[in-house]
Design a protein around this ligand. Structure first.
Ligand code: UD1
Length: 338
């Protein structure tokens, strides 16, 4: 009998790609999303890719009664929690909004998961490692004090999950993403930032399509080979497949410890300038960019050691950064109707 997975925030960028991979791996998926940061574009894309309509429950995970009702209606073998605010700068300006939303929602989910014996997968971020003393970053690398309320909520939610697992006999995995980019090869789902994008790749594609005039590369005086920051850009479909491996590990009872953390990245550092050059080359176009001052809060270099995920989850990144950048461009063109 197939297993059922709840994907909170399943209409968003990462959630929609994960829903596709889970469904294609044979899981039944229930999407729940309050649609506060997205429209139905990705949800419709998911249904088009899969050729079927998945349940979409419009609800807010901060609403405890709604969470209880959801768990009373379905029996979930596992849940993946994406539903959260994610803009670093906004979290600095509106910390209470971030703490209330990101923490309350996860507490309600943990309560329900405890009552129903549901396996929990939490979507965490490399932001928990801050400016690392050593690269690549392993799961044993020390977590640094968070540099934003957003980062703080990721650390706190990891701790909530760890403590609940220890106290209540639950099982949980935190996946720590580096920089997810790209879009599904069908170009039917992808990243849809509202307003001016904060992240690099949507800013690049929007500049290339003419929605933005010029990309600012924040800082070219970092102590790196070309002076721009180094990151670990992980393809969104590769990233989504890591969730299938992690969910399967939980529901099949194959975990070594009841709470596990895995870094999900490629293990390859790429500079901002290299990424821009690859984008231009693979898509045969010229991007309007300039060097600008450093952006506050940016770390110089961070990339993953993904060997634990390979060993234990049997997962590793497969797509090249060029393929991923081509997919991001195909998605932007499709959005523009080109
Ligand atoms: C940020 C968050 C991370 C979050 C991720 C995805 C922090 C410190 N970082 O990562 O937690 O998971 O977004 O939402 O919390 N850049 C430019 N020009 C731009 C935009 C970005 O040069 O217009 C540069 C940045 O300086 C950085 C790199 O591109 O060096 C990547 O930036 P971005 O895509 O915003 O991701 P991070 O800041 O690494």
């Amino acid at each position: 009998m197939s297993k059922t997975v709840l994907v909170s925030g399943g209409a968003g960028f990462i959630g929609s790609h994960v829903t596709v991979e889970l469904s294609q791996a044979g899981y039944d998926v229930v999407i729940a999303d309050n649609m506060s940061n997205c429209d139905e574009t990705n949800y419709k894309g998911v249904c088009a890719i899969l050729g079927k309509t998945l349940p979409l429950i419009k609800m807010d995970f901060c609403d405890e009664a709604a969470v209880k009702a959801l768990f009373a209606k379905y029996r979930f073998d596992a849940l993946i929690h994406f539903a959260a605010f994610k803009a670093v700068g906004e979290s600095v300006a509106e910390p209470l909004m971030y703490y209330k939303n990101n923490l309350d929602s996860f507490l309600n989910i943990l309560q329900a998961a405890r009552e129903h014996g549901t396996n929990v997968l939490f979507s965490s971020s490399a932001t928990v490692y801050g400016e690392p003393d050593e690269t690549p970053v392993t799961e044993q690398s020390p977590r640094k004090p968070a540099t934003s309320p957003y980062g703080n909520t990721k650390q706190m939610c990891e701790d909530f999950l760890r403590d609940c697992v220890a106290a209540y006999g639950m099982h949980g995995i935190a996946l720590c993403y580096f920089n997810p980019i790209g879009a599904h090869p069908s170009a039917l789902i992808g990243e849809l930032p509202r307003g001016v994008p904060n992240n690099l790749v949507p800013f690049i594609t929007q500049t290339a399509i003419g929605k933005r005039e010029c990309l600012s590369i924040f800082g070219n005086d970092y102590p790196t080979p070309d002076g721009t920051c180094l990151r670990d850009y992980i393809d969104i479909v590769d990233l989504a497949k890591a969730h299938v491996c992690a969910v399967t590990r939980m529901v099949e009872g194959k975990m070594d410890e009841p709470y596990e953390i895995f870094n999900i990245g490629t293990g390859r550092p790429v500079s901002v300038l290299e990424l821009v050059n690859s984008f231009q080359k693979v898509n045969a176009l010229k991007l309007n960019y300039r060097f600008a001052p450093r952006r506050e809060g940016d770390v110089t270099a961070v990339w993953a050691d993904p060997s634990l995920a390979e060993k234990k989850l049997g997962w590793k990144a497969t797509r090249t950064v060029e393929e991923t950048l081509a997919s991001a461009w195909a998605w932007e063109k499709r959005l523009a109707g080109k």
